[in-house]
Structures are given as structure tokens and as C-alpha cells.
Design a protein around this ligand. Structure first.
Ligand SMILES: Cc1ncc(COP(=O)(O)O)c(C=O)c1O
Length: 480
């Protein structure tokens, strides 16, 4: 994130806009609390220099002593360091640093995990495994390595695309250990270090991690309640010339938005014009909870598109099977990367995937029923326990994307841990760590666990509000 001081007035204005300011508590404590929140929500990157005491005091209309005391408080509590000549720099005490991976509860407590959108295996899973294992003796006759995937599975996946109206040669399919591995392979193959990848903000945090791992740079395009902003995309493509765009057009994680056909066609055209490769994550494409008009598969709109899919959300994440559907021109580069990064997925998981794909309907129906039930339970419980929280009811996907009345998502996540609730706060879904008022609530919790989770959430929210009482949470602009 930018060094606030070097950006002068506009950055300082943004700083002040994002800063919850005190009213009631001693001014210096309110100011240090506000800056701490900014660090936690990622508005202020670790290592970024805070505005000079003089500039901030003048800009906020506070005394210089107040700002000096606030900065001293931040240093004393580990939230900043001060060095002669380099000013005051944002830090985070090691104990408060959130892990970069999703928070996975250790299983030793009764923590309810809302940090990941991953469901339990459906009831038919053991039966699918048993049927798959009948094929095992034949498989054991070989070495077991299938670096780009077993032929039987690549044929099934190609048939799935055919079913969506996109003719596909099994040789275009590369099987990977899950969709995230697929995104990693594609990014490493197609984007040079330092290259740009346009993404929705918010987007799937795993993809942001993959972009980072490929040493590429995410370019955010805001995705609001109204859906994809085509002028915003056009402007971003023109201004930043990204090599690729990572998209989740089907029941987007975390918003649940489904991109309609006219928007699809137009965005596909913009990407083609800009020579930007669409990396289209279709992991959630089958999670249509309410039904409605179908949409075109992206590969049918643009033959340059690289599509990625997985069985993690329609069967179970414990089977590590995903795939890439690659345009022939990009196959050599993508295959080469796949071979460099792994020697392919487990042979047994691939047998399970093939067996599942022979007749996915019954299992999928169960998965969808459960997601619907959980969605309904959240709607009821939030309605009476947290009526001031806002959200759109998604037609499909894995989550409710909630808007909190205050930008306290990270604070809430820290407080919630003490209530036995693991959350992933909004800024984790944002490349620039904004979205502090947003929270993702997964629909993957068993329906009968929702009431308990919502109760803990309501208690944690009350404690969060109590913790910041006296702080003016309304965004305030700097009188400069
Ligand atoms: C959009 C999206 N892509 C990929 C993944 C990861 O899938 P997999 O478990 O197959 O790696 C997820 C998981 O939540 C996801 O939401």
C-alpha cells in the first residue's frame, strides 16, 4: 500500500476518511484505536509510514500533543515503530497477526468454522468411493502417475463441457489437485512476474494468494451489489493492460452474483479487445439454488478463455480433483507448468471423480438442498438476531455477503474467536484489503448449526460494538 506521506493531500484525505475518530474517549486513545483498526483492515499496509505528526494534527484539527501521544501509544502497544529519520511506521504485534491462510480451527474446541466455504461430504459419497474402488485393480497395473490426468477422467470432463455446449477434446483437459492448484498452474504458465491480473474486488482469497505466489500484481475492479461494472472494466483494461483477468462469473465467491449473458458477451469482447486472457473459475457453476435462465459457458464465447473447475463444491473438498480446460494454443505452456509444479492428482481420487461424473445428479441435488436449507436458516436467524445487517439473497453459490453497519469486520473476527466462531473478515477478499464493512457467511454449515452460529455472531457483534463505544464510526473527511 502507498506511503501516505509521499502521496500528500489525496492520500491524507483517504486516510482521514477511513479513520474512525474519537468522541468521548480521550482523543489520543481514540486516534490510536482508529489507526489500529486501519492496520487490521489492511487500509494501512504493514511497513507504511504514518503521516507526520504535524500534518495529521493540522488535517484533523487536533493538537500536536494528541497526535504525539497517539503515536507513542501505538509504539508502546506494538502497532507502530518509530525510528529517527524514518517517522512512524505501521506494524502489527506478532500475536495479532492473522494467519495468511484461511483460519482453520484446531478441532480441539467447539469452534464453529465460518472461515471457509466448504461443506461436509454428501451421504452418497461412501457409495461412490466403493464403486470407484472396483476399478482399482486395473489401475494398480500401472505406475499410478498421471501428470495431466487419467484418460477416463479427462473424457468425462470433456463430456461435461460438451453438455454445456462447448465441444472439448479430452487432450485439452489437464486434471489438477483441485481448482486452486489449477489457478496456480495457469497463472505461473501465462503471467510473467510483475505482470498484472485484473480481479473483481471482492474475489476468492485463494486466487489472490495464487496471484501473489506467481509474483504477479492484482488489479482490482470493484464488484458491487449491482454486479459487474462494465465501464469500470473497460477503464481498468485500458489503464493497466493486464495480461489476464481472473473471473468467477457463476455464483461468484463471495457475492453469489451470476453474470447474465449480455454482460458476459460484453465483458468477453472487452477482454478480447484488450488482449487479456480470461481465466474463468467455474468451480461454483453448478450451485444454482433457485434455478432460472441458464448462461453461456465462457469458453463458448471466447476460444482464448482458460476455464478452471473442481469437484470440491459439488462433491467434497477432501477429494483433490480439479481441472483446466485449455485452448490448444496455450496447452504446451500450461502442461509444462503443470509438470513442473506437481506430478498430478491421486489416482484414487481420479477414480472417484470419474465415478461421480457418470451420474452426478442425485448427489448434486442433496448438496443443493442442504445449501438452500442453510441459506434459509441464515435468512431467518439474521433477520431477528442481527436486523441491521444487510445482504442480498443470492440465487446460488456458497455464501451470504453481508454488509455490516460499521467497518468492523476484522475487529468482529478477532472478538468472534473468543466466542468460538472462526470468521474470514471482508478485507481478506479484497486485493487492497478494503471492504472492512463486509463479512462472508458460508452456506456450507449444516442447517441445524446455523442458530448456534448466529447467536454467537450476535454476541460477538455486541461485544465488538461495546469495545469501540465512544468512537465515531462514521467515515469523516479531512478538512484540507
Ligand atoms: C471460486 C473458487 N475457486 C476455487 C476454490 C478452491 O477449490 P479446490 O478445493 O478445488 O481447490 C474455491 C474454494 O472455495 C472457490 O470458491
Amino acid at each position: 500500500m502507498a506511503d501516505v506521506q509521499s502521496l500528500a493531500t489525496p492520500a491524507l484525505q483517504r486516510f482521514a476518511r477511513l479513520l474512525p475518530l474519537p468522541s468521548g474517549t480521550p482523543a489520543y486513545l481514540g486516534l490510536s484505536h482508529g489507526i489500529r483498526l486501519m492496520i487490521m483492515d489492511g487500509h494501512l499496509a504493514l511497513g507504511a509510514r504514518l503521516p507526520s505528526e504535524r500534518l495529521l494534527a493540522a488535517g484533523l484539527g487536533l493538537s500536536r500533543t494528541t497526535v504525539t501521544s497517539a503515536y507513542r501509544d501505538l509504539v508502546n502497544t506494538g502497532w507502530a515503530s518509530a525510528r529517527q529519520g524514518s517517522g512512524t511506521v505501521a506494524r502489527m504485534p506478532a500475536r495479532d497477526r492473522a494467519p495468511s491462510l484461511p483460519l482453520v480451527p484446531d478441532g480441539s474446541t467447539d469452534t464453529i468454522d465460518l472461515s471457509a466455504a466448504a461443506g461436509l461430504a454428501p451421504s452418497g459419497t461412501a457409495n461412490i468411493v466403493a464403486r470407484a474402488l472396483e476399478w482399482l485393480p486395473r489401475t494398480l497395473g500401472g505406475a499410478g502417475y498421471e501428470p495431466v490426468g487419467a484418460r477416463h477422467l479427462r473424457e468425462r470432463i470433456a463430456a461435461w463441457y460438451e453438455g454445456r455446449g462447448v465441444p472439448t477434446d479430452p487432450d485439452q483437459v489437464i486434471v489438477t489437485p483441485g481448482a486452486l492448484a489449477a489457478v496456480n498452474v495457469v497463472l505461473h504458465a501465462l503471467v510473467r512476474p510483475g505482470g498484472r491480473v485484473a480481479v473483481d474486488a471482492p474475489t476468492y482469497p485463494g486466487a489472490l494468494g495464487a496471484i501473489d505466489a506467481a509474483r504477479a500484481r492484482p488489479v482490482p475492479v470493484p464488484l458491487g451489489d449491482a454486479g459487474w461494472d462494465l465501464p469500470g472494466w473497460a477503464e481498468t483494461l485500458r489503464r493497466t493492460s493486464p495480461t489476464a483477468a481472473y473471473l468467477i462469473p457463476d455464483f461468484h465467491n463471495p457475492t453469489g452474483h451470476l453474470m447474465g449473458d449480455p454482460t458476459r458477451r460484453e465483458l468477453a469482447g472487452l477482454l478480447a479487445q484488450a488482449d487479456c486472457i480470461p481465466i474463468v473459475d467455474e468451480t461454483l457453476a453448478c450451485l444454482d439454488l433457485d434455478g432460472g435462465p441458464g448462461v453461456a459457458a465462457w469458453a463458448g464465447l471466447d476460444d482464448r478463455a482458460v476455464a478452471v473447475g473442481s469437484l470440491s463444491k459439488v462433491l467434497w473438498g477432501g477429494f483433490r480433483v480439479g481441472w483446466i480446460r485449455c485452448p490448444p494454443a496455450l496447452l504446451p505452456a500450461v502442461r509444462q507448468r503443470q509438470l513442473a509444479l506437481s506430478l498430478g492428482p491421486s489416482a484414487i481420487d481420479q477414480l472417484v471423480a470419474t465415478t461421480y461424473l457418470e451420474a452426478p445428479e442425485t448427489v448434486l441435488a442433496e448438496v443443493l438442498d442442504r445449501l438452500r436449507e442453510t441459506r434459509d436458516a441464515w435468512l431467518d436467524d439474521l433477520d431477528w438476531m442481527l436486523p441491521e445487517w444487510r445482504f442480498q439473497t443470492p440465487r446460488g453459490g456458497l455464501a451470504l455477503w453481508v454488509e455490516l453497519p460499521h467497518p468492523l469486520s476484522t475487529e468482529l473476527s478477532l472478538v468472534a474467536a473468543g466466542h468460538g466462531l472462526a470468521l474470514t473478515p471482508g478485507p481478506r477478499f479484497s486485493p487492497d484489503r478494503t471492504l472492512a464493512s463486509r463479512l462472508r457467511l458460508p452456506l456450507t454449515l449444516p442447517p441445524d448449526a446455523v442458530s448456534k452460529a448466529a447467536g454467537r455472531l450476535a454476541d460477538a457483534w455486541q461485544d465488538t460494538l461495546d469495545g469501540v463505544r465512544g468512537v465515531d464510526l462514521e467515515p469523516r473527511s479531512l478538512p484540507l
